[in-house]
Design a protein around this ligand. Structure first.
Ligand code: ADP
Ligand code: ZN
Length: 604
């Protein structure tokens, strides 16, 4: 949901207004109202009226005397030291009353001092509630009320056509749509729809979108709640929210319930006493609810997570979330389609090469691609162009991947030279190893992400498998930057830290996970624990084996580093030439790079 919300004023603002109104009311309105009814007279008048027996009722108060005449008109006067007053009043026939005067009209009075302020409060309360509701923020006053919202109700919602790529996931979910359209067919044959479907994949790949599309295609209500919303500050609230959500859903069946980030409540229960009570209660309630409703009630629960391995087994067993739909990062074709879908929303040059952009943005998620398109449009506006051009798109990839150009980063000449050699080092090693992807662009303009320069490589097509040789070449390319510094300057800088990290990770994976070492063969020494979030791995081997692994990783990287250094020494003239060009221009394209590299005339 991209809707803009008006910035709301803080709560205190409304309280302040309420208090001000009340104070003003008490200060001005009430006394004014009362005074309008009561005539102020002096003590002499009071005595005269007493003597003339004009007083009907009287009340002596702490600081004043209030009385009425025979016409029920009200008067007031100050209190004087007058011992004979009571006697005189008694004789005049005045009635001593304890409840006259202001309270003469108790209804009006009560109205003024109670009902109206209460009314004000009610009004303000109502107002605030609406505000809070609109914010969707946590509201501890609404105990246990579910915040599930109905998003999509009709066909004008998101459809499968809006979700580009992800054909397998769509195919899988199309069955659900079919079921919601025509449940009879399934009942007749005795087939049960899965109650829960787990959408698994990295962030930003369109899981939420797919869930919405299922609802949109089936034309049923769509409830959406995030797992983290269940975990409240009061114990027991999460469970009651779950109960409430399912109650609502059953009333609206058939419908889709979407639980985002289900790992927030669904992680494995620890079993120890100090566990997170609230989360476990919530999870238990969810399990109970899922078991509780019959098959074929028409409530389909979709849940999304990017940490499927952390989910409690109870949640994924048959009868609960037993179907798993992978939503992977888009491949080349998928990326191209996603770009096209989003590009429809902006004005752009009719002959944009989306394939090229998709190739440049390898590894980008759907959300990042959407962002790239938007950045391209923004860039066009910034530069006063009526539509986005190919350059806008290409430049925006860099913005999304590496951040904006840092306009005022000042590199010394020496630093700039080193960065130029470093980047050319990567590119040259890549280009001289046939299997490595060709270079798309090299730049030494610093970026807000902290990169001082980078070499953008382009994958020619989809890669599903990588050979050992390709992996080794990749490591060599990663070490190419540092190797160039060594070959040319004979010293090294901190600029290679990211390269080192990546090279090490690759080398480690080759040995511990891909079985690419002679000693260990096909034994898994590491298991990936976080497949969709960076791919952390944990070692599963003896300490001695660990030491061997470490040594092998070092050897592997060193060999490739050596190879890179050799390539650069052999191509020293080209290295100098290219680095000089990059230093002067700050950015060179892949074509320019290859032109210089293949230009034989300078090779004497
Ligand atoms: P997730 O729930 O997997 O984190 P979302 O469904 O919230 O991702 O996607 C975020 C945004 O990314 C969407 O609003 C959409 O603009 C874009 N997006 C992601 N995947 C796709 C896709 N396959 N096709 C079109 N747009 C996509
Ligand atoms: Zn580098």
């Amino acid at each position: 949901m991209d809707e803009l919300k008006k910035p709301s004023k803080p709560l205190i603002y409304y309280w302040a207004i309420a208090m001000m109104i009340l104070t003003l009311f008490n200060l001005l309105a009430k006394p004014w109202y009362q005074r309008a009814q009561i005539t102020e007279v002096d003590y002499g008048t009071f005595i005269t009226m007493t003597e003339e027996k004009k007083i009907a009722a009287v009340q002596v108060r702490d600081n004043q005397i209030v009385f009425t005449d025979k016409d029920k008109k009200m008067f007031r006067t100050g209190l004087m030291d007058d011992p004979a007053r009571t006697e005189r009043l008694y004789k005049s026939g005045a009635k001593f009353s304890s409840e006259i005067i202001e309270e003469a009209s108790p209804l009006v009075s009560a109205l003024m001092s109670w009902v109206m302020p209460l009314g004000f409060f009610a009004l303000i309360w109502h107002f605030m509630q609406k505000r809070l509701g609109g914010l969707g923020g946590p509201d501890s006053m609404m105990f246990g009320k579910s915040k599930a919202r109905i998003y999509v109700k009709s066909t004008e919602g998101i459809k499968f056509a809006d979700v580009a790529g992800e054909d397998e996931a769509k195919e899988n979910l199309a069955e659900i749509v079919e079921y919601l359209h025509n449940p009879g067919r399934y009942k007749e044959i005795g087939a049960k729809m899965p109650k829960g479907i787990l959408l698994v994949g990295p962030p930003g790949t369109g899981k939420t979108m797919l869930a919405k599309a299922v609802a949109g295609e089936s034309n049923v209500p769509f409830f959406s709640i995030s797992g983290s919303e269940f975990v409240e500050m009061f114990v027991g609230m999460g469970a009651s929210k779950v109960r409430d959500l399912f109650k609502q859903a059953k009333e609206k069946a058939p419908c889709i319930v979407f639980i985002d980030e289900i790992d927030a409540i669904g992680t494995k229960r620890s079993g120890n006493v100090m566990g997170n009570d609230e989360r476990e209660q919530t999870l238990n309630q969810l399990l109970t609810e899922m078991d509780g409703f019959e098959d074929n009630t028409g409530v389909i629960i979709l849940a999304a997570t990017n940490r499927p391995e952390s989910l409690d087994p109870a949640l994924t067993r048959p009868g609960r979330f037993d179907r798993r739909v992978p939503v992977e990062l888009p491949d080349l074709k998928g990326r191209e389609e996603i770009l096209k879908v989003h590009a429809k929303k902006i004005k752009h040059d009719p002959d944009i090469d989306f394939n090229k952009i998709a190739r440049m943005a390898s590894g980008a998620s759907g959300a990042e691609l959407a962002n790239i398109v938007n950045e391209a449009a923004l860039r066009a506006v910034r530069d006063d162009r009526p539509q986005a051009t190919q350059t806008d798109f290409e430049e925006s990839i860099e913005v999304v991947i590496a951040g904006y150009q840092k306009k005022n980063a000042i590199l010394t000449d020496k630093e700039k030279m080193i960065v130029a050699y470093h980047e050319i080092g990567h590119a040259l090693v890549a280009a001289r190893q046939s299997q490595s992807a060709p270079v798309q662009k090299i730049t030494i303009i610093p970026r807000t992400s902290g990169a001082l320069g980078y070499t953008m490589q382009v994958e020619e097509g989809n890669h599903y498998l990588m050979s050992q040789e390709e992996l080794e070449n990749k490591i060599a390319t990663l070490t190419g930057g540092r190797a160039a510094e060594e070959v040319v300057f004979g010293s090294v800088t901190t600029g290679a830290s990211n390269d080192i990290e990546q090279a090490t990770r690759l080398a480690r994976a080759m040995i511990t996970r891909y079985g690419m070492s002679d000693d260990f063969g096909m034994v898994a020494l590491e298991t990936v624990t976080n497949q969709y979030l960076g791919g952390d791995a944990s070692l599963a081997c003896a300490p001695e084996t660990q030491a061997t692994i470490d040594k092998k990783v070092v050897d592997l990287v060193r060999t490739q580093h050596e190879k890179a250094r050799q390539i650069l020494s052999d191509n020293r003239r080209k290295l100098d030439e290219l680095a000089k060009r990059l230093y002067e221009r700050e950015t060179i394209t892949g074509e320019e790079f290859m032109e210089i590299l293949n230009d034989q005339t300078t090779l004497a």
